[in-house]
Write a protein that binds this ligand. Structure first.
Ligand code: DGL
Length: 269
């Protein structure tokens, strides 16, 4: 079966790109809830309801779905897993691979938290992700002694989705400056939103070359590949599909600026 990849909009394409590079034969169904993006400024109950609705659609064709959206992973993953998913279906978030990398441990290692070499880490994410505290909670389960300073970036997803490069660069600079007022010398910065890899160069120049940027897509791809092997999940070599709740023509065009070519988005039924 294809693997589902869900995001509020087009940010998850940064993850899909890395997944396709790591597993070129594997088929994926991408679903962007563009009609309701951005999620990051919505209330938790609303994010949970919208993520559940998206999963119900993706689970029709996919047994495994990746929430390629930190906001959905932060708010909705735990309640959905705790309530129980339909038999034969599964959902994974995007926090854990990034945290396992920060905590310097192998994929899927559930041993008690250990001391690691980093101690000052910046987290850039949506307001909902920052407010949830989910990143710190998951990190504390795996690593000791890391001080995380979180910076919410409320307007950045809109600027990235609208393709306004000057505005997104300005906002990144503004959020990096605000972060540095609290944490003047971060050792590493986590781009905790799947939209942000598209403006990673702006983050690097605003923070300085000495700050190690932790960008999710490659980490997610490597950990998913490992997960599929560990759980003996066979691949599926069908055709990729692209679903949206938005205007499929507009979304296809918009997606081309991230993907490099038009993607044939269809509406969800
Ligand atoms: N790209 C998503 C994330 O990783 C959501 C952004 C949004 O919709 O606000 O958080």
């Amino acid at each position: 079966m294809p693997i589902g990849v869900f995001d509020s909009g087009l940010g998850g394409l940064s993850v899909l790109k890395a997944l396709k590079a790591a597993m070129p034969e594997q088929a994926f169904v991408y679903f962007g809830d563009n009609a309701h993006a951005p999620y990051g400024t919505r209330e938790p109950e609303d994010i949970l309801a919208k993520t559940r609705a998206a999963l119900d659609i993706l689970w029709r064709d996919c047994d495994l779905v990746i929430l390629a959206c930190n906001t959905a992973s932060a708010i909705a993953l735990r309640p959905i897993q705790t309530a129980g998913v339909p038999v034969g279906k599964n959902v994974l978030g995007v926090f854990v691979p990034m945290i396992e990398a920060l905590a310097e441990r192998p994929w899927g290692d559930t041993s008690p938290p250990s001391r690691v070499s980093l101690d000052r880490v910046a987290l850039f994410a949506t307001p909902a992700t920052v407010a949830s505290g989910a990143f710190e909670r998951e990190l504390n389960l795996r690593a000791q002694g890391i001080q995380v300073t979180a910076q919410a970036c409320p307007e950045l997803v809109d600027a990235i989705e609208s393709g306004d490069r000057a505005r997104s660069a300005r906002l990144v600079h503004q959020y990096a400056t605000a972060l540095k007022e609290t944490l003047p010398e971060p050792q590493a910065a986590v781009l905790g939103c799947t939209h942000y890899p598209w403006v990673a160069a702006d983050f690097q120049s605003a923070l300085g070359a000495e700050v190690r940027l932790i960008s999710q897509p490659d980490l997610i791809a490597a950990s998913l590949k490992d997960y599929l092997i560990r759980h003996q999940i066979p691949g599926d070599t069908g055709t990729d599909r692209f679903l949206t709740t938005g205007d499929c023509h507009a979304v296809s065009l918009q997606a081309s600026q991230f993907w490099g070519s038009n993607l044939p988005f269809e509406n969800t039924l």
